[in-house]
Design a protein around this ligand. Sequence first.
Ligand code: SF4
Length: 278
Amino acid sequence: MEVIVAKTAGFCFGVKRAVEKVYSNTDKEHVYTYGPIIHNEEVVADLEKKGVHVIEEDTDLDIIEKGTVIVRAHGAGREEFERLRNSGLEIEDATCPFVSKIYRIVEEESAAGRTVIIVGNAAHPEVKGIKGWSGEHTYVVGSIEEANNLNISAKKISIVSQTTFNLKKFQEIVEIFEKKGYDIKCLNTICNATEVRQNEARQIASNVDAMIVIGGKNSSNTQKLFEICKEECSNTYYIQTAEDMDFNSIRGMQRIGITAGASTPKKIIEEVQTRCQI
Ligand code: SF4
């Protein structure tokens, strides 16, 4: 059996940077991450063992007397940053620079009087964070249907994207707004890491008998990778760790492909690869 592992599988630049920042703080007492540092239960559990606790948006910061709070790669909204900075706790910002760049864009576009449309999943922390830096006239659109149904009275709109959004779907959504006759400024803020990973996954999935996509079940970029691979290869599996995979189901196949979302540690990918070959 030939096992092809995507070169772009696993941690991207921003996640690697954020995870390293947390690990480099584990020698301190009272370390917290603002939300799970990444969407991977294994990594979060390992950090918990090292004394790093997760606090949530609704955590009362007054009950935390001292410590360091690390803001995850997905970032946080302007008000959330203010609340953290006013808490007296030490703040380490591990927001991915590609995400911070979108904060600047939506701030500028809003200040210029344009309505902002964020193409992405409204429930995702990254999108909530971006919305938190944007002006009052901001909408989140997550699907073709939502784009069709949204009619805005403003003429000038600027469209940005969640970094992990599917490029093809983003272009389709932009086209819908173009057809509605708005004065559009399209700012494709899809992260290159995501695009490259998606293209490689598509290419591998179209050439294998089965495709394994590894990543947290709440990870939106892994869900998208799964969708893309499933389109190309009906035998596509979505697993979090090697334990979730029934390796008997791929026995006898000739070519297996493996890719993984941005939050998947290398050691999980390697374990899945090894177990495919046993
Ligand atoms: S996918 Fe891109 S934007 Fe998101 S954390 Fe990774 S490098 Fe940053």
